[in-house]
Design a protein around this ligand. Structure first.
Ligand SMILES: Cc1cc2nc3c(=O)[nH]c(=O)nc-3n(C[C@H](O)[C@H](O)[C@H](O)COP(=O)(O)OP(=O)(O)OC[C@H]3O[C@@H](n4cnc5c(N)ncnc54)[C@H](O)[C@@H]3O)c2cc1C
Length: 485
């Protein structure tokens, strides 16, 4: 099957049988009709349909090496700078639909599984079967346009229990049995965004050390369909609502996060990429260049999101007639500088592309790592600009219904903007409220702060990548040597 349509995407998710808890009840019925998922699924349905739009198909798909049928461009393993450009253009087309608010837009995980595929050879060290499994799984995802979520992070209590508790009830997910059919996994994962709106889940925990075992039961990676027996999802409260006017963002882009519980789940051998080897866990992660390939997709998203928030700041200052205020100029320029920096980093990443040593091409790592370090600070700063400029306006935001009520006449007089009528100005302020004060916006800020790891982890990537570089030290050494003469 080639790149799927929006209808096929919805049909597959609606057919799932995985138990999924929401507000104390097990969901039944079509997920595409449930308020917690319907807006997002409609958005992704549109995105998948773009793949077969004659105007866009050439930019969003390429011919599968298995049968020549069109498959999603974000599955393409780049072997040239031109491939990186094609990937960026396709990913950017999808960002024009979600404006960077989908952290798990399907191209993110398409890119992730592509990245791991590029390093599949490494698994031969443990078993050629593992390498074959990973290659086959990548081809399966590409040729069936599988929508994936991922679970890397374990519940916080597992950080202690994983190290101390060798028994089966350790909180960190672990291998509890090896059978002829596969591995039995027990435990939970803290967070899988969009698990309930994906076909399958890719699991790759950062393993707790297991100093007393020959084989580390916490070290493994696999991918399984969501509705394998023993898997259960638990949702948080939804931030979505149906009214597009009242909730312009969450009505379209609310990505549900799930706790994923594995209760003695039998993972078939052919879906296991490695097991038991702690060193392979970090070696494959690093050889795959996951953070770099994914970072390329993420930077496209950062740019789209910054453009959207900047546009919101500009419309706000227009309608408040604040354009020439000195503090507005300073704040807007800060947002503009942020956007230009991100765009420059994207150009630098592609211009500085390097071979990965395995026959593929990698965007230059350091500009992408720099973007990952800058954005967790830049995004909250952009949101703070909106909060500071909109002040009480972002709080006093009547709903659509009020403009059809007896209060409409007054609202039409008193809520006018400089260049917008009252319902238009109120729509803008409701958008600002969702970004800066609502629960949807709160999650977005937290997402940007943490999704690629905490600040220390993210800093460490750039620091380590630069550790061997002596050029700046050498410049200062030469300067000091000349000064001493
Ligand atoms: C909205 C959202 C969606 C997410 N979606 C997914 C998903 O789909 N799949 C997935 O696998 N994960 C997901 N995550 C998890 C994300 O990857 C983690 O939040 C991130 O890796 C940080 O891990 P943590 O939450 O365990 O926090 P920690 O890393 O434990 O950080 C918590 C605090 O401890 C501090 N800290 C941590 N280590 C150190 C140290 N060595 N020294 C000093 N201080 C330290 C940090 O600075 C921070 O203040 C999501 C997170 C969010 C917020």
């Amino acid at each position: 099957m080639p790149a799927k349509t929006g209808m096929q995407y919805c049909e597959r998710i609606n057919a799932q049988t995985v138990p999924c808890w929401y507000k104390g009840e097990l969901l039944n019925g079509k997920r595409s009709e449930h308020i917690a998922f319907s807006g997002l699924m409609k958005t992704q349905r549109f995105m998948y349909d773009m793949q077969s739009d004659p105007q866009l198909a050439e930019r969003l798909t390429y011919a599968s090496p298995s049968d020549g049928k069109p498959v999603g461009m974000s599955f393409l393993p780049p072997t040239s700078s031109d491939d990186l450009r094609k990937r960026r253009e396709a990913m950017t087309l999808w960002t024009q639909v979600h404006h960077g608010f989908l952290g798990r837009s399907p191209d993110y995980m398409n890119t992730a599984i592509m990245a791991f595929y590029t390093a599949a050879d490494l698994l031969n060290e443990l078993s050629p079967q593992y390498a074959e499994n990973l290659r086959n799984y990548y081809a399966y995802c590409r040729d069936h346009d599988i929508t994936l979520s991922h679970a890397f992070i374990q519940p916080h209590a597992s950080k202690i229990s994983g190290q101390l508790d060798a028994t089966e009830d350790a909180i960190a997910a672990k291998i509890v049995e090896r059978t002829e059919e596969g591995l039995v996994i027990n435990g939970a994962f803290m967070m899988a965004t969009q698990a309930a709106t994906s076909d399958e889940i890719f699991v790759y925990p950062s393993p707790s050390p297991a100093p007393f075992d020959d084989e580390n039961p916490f070290a493994f990676s696999f991918a399984v369909p969501n509705d394998l027996p023993g898997i259960t999802l638990v949702c948080r409260d939804t931030y979505a609502a149906s009214s597009d006017y009242n909730y312009p963002l969450s009505s379209k882009y609310e990505e549900m996060d799930n706790i994923v519980i594995f209760d003695h789940v039998l993972v078939p051998h052919e879906r296991i990429f490695f097991a038991g080897d702690e060193q392979m866990s970090s070696a494959l992660f690093s050889a795959s260049n996951f953070h770099i390939h994914a970072g390329h997709q993420v930077l496209c998203r950062y740019i789209a999101k910054t453009e959207f928030v900047l546009g919101t700041i500009q419309l706000l200052t227009d309608t408040l007639d604040l354009k020439s205020e000195a503090h507005v100029v300073e704040k807007t320029a800060r947002a503009l500088a942020g956007l230009e920096s991100l765009k420059a980093l994207a150009i630098a990443a592609e211009a500085g592309a390097v071979p990965d040593g395995r026959g593929y091409v990698l965007p230059a790592p350091k500009p992408l790592m720099a973007a990952n370090l800058l954005y967790p600070r830049l995004y909250p700063e952009l949101i703070e600009i909106l909060q500071l400029l909109s002040s009480s306006g972002m709080i006093m935001v009547p709903q659509e219904e009020d403009f059809q009520s007896g209060a409409a006449e007054s609202l039409n007089i008193y809520l006018r903007g400089t260049d917008l009528n009252s319902p238009e100005r109120n729509a803008l302020f409701r958008l600002i409220w969702e970004l800066g004060a609502g629960s949807f916006g709160g999650r977005q800020t937290q997402f940007e702060r943490f999704f690629f790891g905490n600040t220390i982890t993210v800093s460490n990537r750039l620091y380590t990548a630069s550790a061997q570089d002596q050029s700046q030290r050498e410049r200062v050494r030469q300067f000091l040597a000349r000064s001493a003469k």
